[in-house]
Ligand binder design. Sequence first.
Ligand code: HEC
Length: 252
Amino acid sequence: MIKPFLSVLLALVGSVALAAGPGPKLLNAGTNISDRASLQRGAQLYFNYCASCHSLQYMRYSRLAEDLGLSEDQVMKYLNFTGAKFGDTIKANMPVGTGDSAGGEDWFGKAPPDLSLVARARNDGPNWIYTYLLSFYPDPTRPVGWNNTVFPNASMPHVMWDLQGVQVLVQPEDGEAQGDGHSGPTFELIKEGTRTPEQYRQDARDVATFLEYVGEPAALQRERYGLWVLLYLLLFTGVAYMLKHEYWKDVH
Ligand code: HEC
């Protein structure tokens, strides 16, 4: 009896240990997909800074409009730069590149992947994306001129550098040397961007929120239904209580 139980327990502990295995230290993004304003800002940043390279093949413009509370006009004017139709899935501006026609693969050495599911595919996805967007630094040895501590040698440039500014890597590993209990790499801003560091963190959070939503759009509905289910249960408890009261009135 106890043996199977133990082995299940061991398997569980094992998988948790694996999931928490070595990887970059991630910051806590604090994303909240029911924050509609954050989703809308994230979508806007995404279409301005990311959609030229990355597609979202499981998402349609029309679905986006519905879930984010935007009109068809707004979506077609402010988010759609490819001339796609309202009901189309979201394709990148850039061709992937197939040898005889130049495209992402030829320019970056690696085709920019579709990001529909990246928030789920990466361990701790939203925090990964958030930390990734905060961890670019110039590196002349890389073909694109940038490197990243979360995704070393990524062939993606720091596309939002005009917002963040330029930060150099001061302390690649643990910041213990500074004795401030801080862990993870330390950066120093050497050129200011158009946004303050705090505003840029919000930008990165908004993009991470948007990609978390894109990874599982149904989560939005689920949260909305969840509230109704709770309300129903509460109401029903009241009714059941009154009913019980009624039935037991004459029983002594
Ligand atoms: C100029 C083209 C380009 C733009 C613009 C761009 N990326 Fe990328 N991105 C890439 C390439 C190329 C890779 C693949 C890197 C590799 O595997 O070395 C990549 C990889 C990624 C990955 C990692 C995917 C994975 O799991 O391997 C994420 C996440 C990502 N990009 C997010 C973004 C976000 C968010 C933006 C907008 C702020 C953006 N990218 C803008 C080219 C781009």
